[in-house]
Structures are given as C-alpha cells and as structure tokens.
Design a protein. Structure first.
Length: 60
C-alpha cells in the first residue's frame, strides 16, 4: 500500500510540475508576442517619420 501511495504522490507531483512549466511557457509566449508587436509598431513609426523627413527635406 505504501508503494501505491508513493506512486500516486509521484504522479500528482509530476503533473503539478508539468502544469507549472507549461503555464510558464505560455506566459513567456504571450510576452514574446507582445514584444514583437511593439517592435513592429516602433519600426513602422520610424519608417513613417523617416519618410516624412525625406519628403520635407526634398520638398516632395
């Protein structure tokens, strides 16, 4: 009976650890996606400002 209880505890602990790891990975994925989105927005803003400055500089 002791081995059965130990096995059940091991399975429960393993499941808990796996769930925490997968939750952490999901959180990291959300952070990475957010950072990529913000980086794309910043690059677009920089391109718009560059183009606007070129138009002013060359009177286009």
């Amino acid at each position: 009976m002791k081995k059965v209880n130990e096995r059940d505890l091991l399975i429960k602990t393993d499941n808990d650890v796996n769930n925490k790891v997968y939750n952490y990975i999901d959180d990291e994925r959300e952070v990475i996606n957010y950072k990529h989105k913000k980086a794309r927005e910043l690059m677009q803003l920089q391109a718009d400002v560059f183009l606007r400055n070129r138009k002013v500089h060359f009177n286009i």
